[in-house]
Design a binder for this molecule. Structure first.
Ligand code: ADP
Length: 184
């Protein structure tokens, strides 16, 4: 499997695992959160528009994200595989991705869902200390996750792409399981 979506709440560990696995597989790790944080840091037009949403822990409007994903997946290094981390985050984004992959003649091989209880997420986010990791923003991000992103679990289950992984374990245990999954 080389075309993977990583799904999970903020703090579920998707980013860390995506980084490890993308290096092992030699495929790009595409994190929309990271792209947005970079854009905000260097004040590109995208960054300027996205800043207040990211600071509040709200989803950035779809129109800011969709073009960006289309451009990124169309790049040469993404032809042989990718890990999408933080996208899609709602049903319209998932529908867009499904159409885009058809256009690009690609298929997603699996959606890894990182399952972690809320109280563990909260602890992890509070100790992580990123700029958008303060208490008010965190509780909003968890709420946004449950309302807008968690429905994608059913969505991908119906598409027979969902693979559940227990994310409440040691990093290395999770990485090992992921290695096994992608080789199967
Ligand atoms: P986390 O896993 O902690 O939510 P991310 O790095 O994935 O962190 O995302 C950080 C922020 O970037 C989100 O709170 C949201 O504001 C914005 N963001 C990232 N990806 C998307 C997306 N696909 N659609 C809308 N907003 C997004």
């Amino acid at each position: 499997m080389t075309k993977l979506i990583f799904l999970g709440a903020p703090g579920a560990g998707k980013g860390t695992q995506a980084q490890i696995l993308s290096e092992n597989l030699g495929i790009p790790h595409i994190s929309t959160g990271e792209i947005l944080r970079n854009a905000i840091a260097v004040e590109t037009p995208l960054g300027i528009k996205a800043k207040s949403y990211v600071d509040n822990g709200d989803l950035v409007p779809d129109e800011l994200i969709l073009d960006l994903i289309k451009e990124r997946l169309g790049q040469e290094d993404a032809l042989g595989g990718w890990i999408l981390d933080g996208f899609p985050r709602n049903v319209p984004q998932a529908d867009f991705l499904s159409n885009l992959l058809q256009e690009l003649n690609q298929v997603c091989n699996g959606v890894i869902n990182f399952d972690v209880p809320d109280h563990v997420l909260l602890e992890r986010l509070l100790s992580r200390g990123r700029k958008d990791d303060n208490e008010a923003t965190i509780s909003n991000r968890l709420q946004v996750y449950h309302q807008q992103t968690a429905p994608l679990i059913d969505y991908y289950e119906k598409h027979q792409l969902l693979i559940n992984v227990n994310g409440d374990r040691e990093l290395s245990q999770i990485s090992e399981e992921l290695e096994t999954i992608v080789k199967s």
